[in-house]
Ligand binder design. Structure first.
Ligand SMILES: Cc1cc2nc3c(=O)[nH]c(=O)nc-3n(C[C@H](O)[C@H](O)[C@H](O)COP(=O)(O)OP(=O)(O)OC[C@H]3O[C@@H](n4cnc5c(N)ncnc54)[C@H](O)[C@@H]3O)c2cc1C
Length: 256
């Protein structure tokens, strides 16, 4: 399954009685060429305001008129597609929830997606910390990373990472005690993805010119630069950082 999610969407579902005819296109559909089914938002009421008049439908990727086309990314891998819908027949019993109320469901799905993507900001348990990676690369003197500028950057990241991990733990406890994650997912998404980008900027800095080696056994197949490039998408997928900041301002800080 995959998502097609955005409130300003142009994909249309034309009402034909017992079914809709869907037309439109969506870029960045992850793994669309490997999925069996898709969940898709269609505009089904053309008079309604932006986030109203949208329906969430499910359909088989083998339905005539559904064409996923893979996109090659700068990192060299290609897990994304642009998916085209040309006169795709979607029965009305494939609508999830009420017709024209799909945005409510999409918002709920997005809170989980954002929470999950925000998790990239947490340090992987079991792997080396940024400090250990830096220490191995530039050496240690009197127990300290042997480069004062790098040491300060790494320390700042480690402190911010620890604060983020504690915040994530607090949110997990709140969820366990029955609170919905709601707009807090925007906070986790924003901070977690920005942290992950900062982590890989630092990884590139630590490795210096070696970080630019793209291929070959010594560079582990260019793992660091490829992952660094991939992190750039973290603050776009699932809703951009700017959009998360708007949600935080409006729904958490009560501004505007
Ligand atoms: C790696 C990756 C994987 C993805 N996977 C999927 C997937 O599986 N399925 C899927 O459906 N989509 C997927 N997407 C698409 C992703 O959800 C959208 O790209 C994202 O939501 C941003 O929407 P947009 O591209 O339309 O940008 P736009 O909304 O056009 O934004 C363009 C720019 O304008 C800014 N902007 C927009 N609105 C505001 C505002 N109100 N205030 C301030 N700034 C604003 C944005 O921050 C951004 O900088 C993926 C994207 C990436 C990069």
């Amino acid at each position: 399954m995959l998502a097609l999610i955005l409130a300003g969407l142009q994909a249309k579902g034309e009402d034909r009685g017992d079914h809709f005819i869907a037309n439109g296109q969506k870029v960045w559909t992850s793994y669309a060429d490997k999925c069996d089914w898709m969940f898709c938002l269609l505009r089904t009421d053309f008079e309604a305001k932006k986030q109203m008049g949208i329906s969430l439908v499910l359909f088989d990727m083998a339905t005539p008129g559904v064409t996923p086309k893979p996109i090659k990314l700068i990192s060299g891998s290609s897990p994304f597609c642009e998916t085209f819908l040309d006169d795709v027949r979607v029965e009305k019993d494939q609508v999830v929830g009420e017709i024209n109320q799909g945005w409510t469901i999409a918002k709920y799905l997005l809170t989980h997606e954002r929470e999950m993507i925000g998790g990239f900001g947490l340090t992987d348990a079991g792997s080396d910390t940024l400090g250990q990676i830096a220490a191995k690369s530039v050496g240690v003197e009197e127990g300290r990373i042997n480069n004062s500028l790098l040491r300060a950057d790494v320390l700042k990241w480690e402190i911010d990472g620890a604060a983020f991990a504690m915040t994530a733990e607090r949110v997990t406890d709140e969820v366990k005690s029955g609170h919905g994650v709601g707009a807090t997912s925007a906070m986790l998404k924003y901070y977690g993805t920005e942290l992950n980008k900062r982590r890989y900027e630092l990884m590139m800095k630590i490795d210096g010119s070696d970080a630019m080696i793209w291929d070959g056994a010594n560079s582990n197949g260019g793992w660091t630069p490829r992952t660094w490039l991939r992190t750039k998408g973290n603050s776009i997928e699932g809703g951009t950082s700017e959009v998360q900041l708007n949600i935080i301002a409006k729904n958490i800080l009560g501004l505007g």
